[in-house]
Ligand binder design. Sequence first.
Ligand SMILES: [Zn+2]
Length: 241
Amino acid sequence: MTAALVALAALALLGGAAYFLLMSPFSQVFGAYPYRARTRDRVVALTFDDGPNEPYTSEILDYLEQQRIRATFFQVGRCVERHPDTARRIAAAGHTVGNHSLTHRFDTYLKPRAFEAEVAVTQEILTRTIGRTPALARSPWLWRRPGVLRMFRRHDLNPVAGEFCHALEVFQPSGTRLARRAVAKTKPGSILIFHDGFDGHGGDRSQTVRAVRLTVEALSAQGYRFVTVDELLGVPAWREA
Ligand SMILES: [Zn+2]
């Protein structure tokens, strides 16, 4: 009985500690993989994965610029090599750029050393291309084995997750459907994931471009402001030179 009570108390303590580590994005420990910030302010971070992928990334950039919105782009190293000017434009416009692996291949991701090498090479590609070194990373498919999170930290990268705008975005249902789902999911502090690219090889993302527009319109009407994930989570976007 006493043992059970002690165990329960220990669990409650552990639960509290886990809550702090996993959920509080303002924790300096940054023990986990945050997918939103805990805030009551109507702020939301738009994030874009798997690019650059043209012409879709540039279309999104044109729109964000017009709306004076800054967002976060988790980019694939190979795509940055394919579209270096787009990557430079993203950073020059004040958006945040994060590391999203070199090839976005599932089989590489299952081999820890190969995956670590991909992350390291992508840091080099991004640094060489845009002149700054990212401090944020997101693993493909948001996989989060503890070893992967430790590996990110060895490379001075803070992992950032988020919520997918729509489970079927990859199949490009209509932009209206994508946006409806994204808006319904949004709460103060949400990090929304859109895809301007597709894996390492790109593809048609025209419905995502439409969805971004509709989502921004709807959330703006609800009083939301748009921030980068580093602003939202209170962490650095770039490593010091
Ligand atoms: Zn991805």
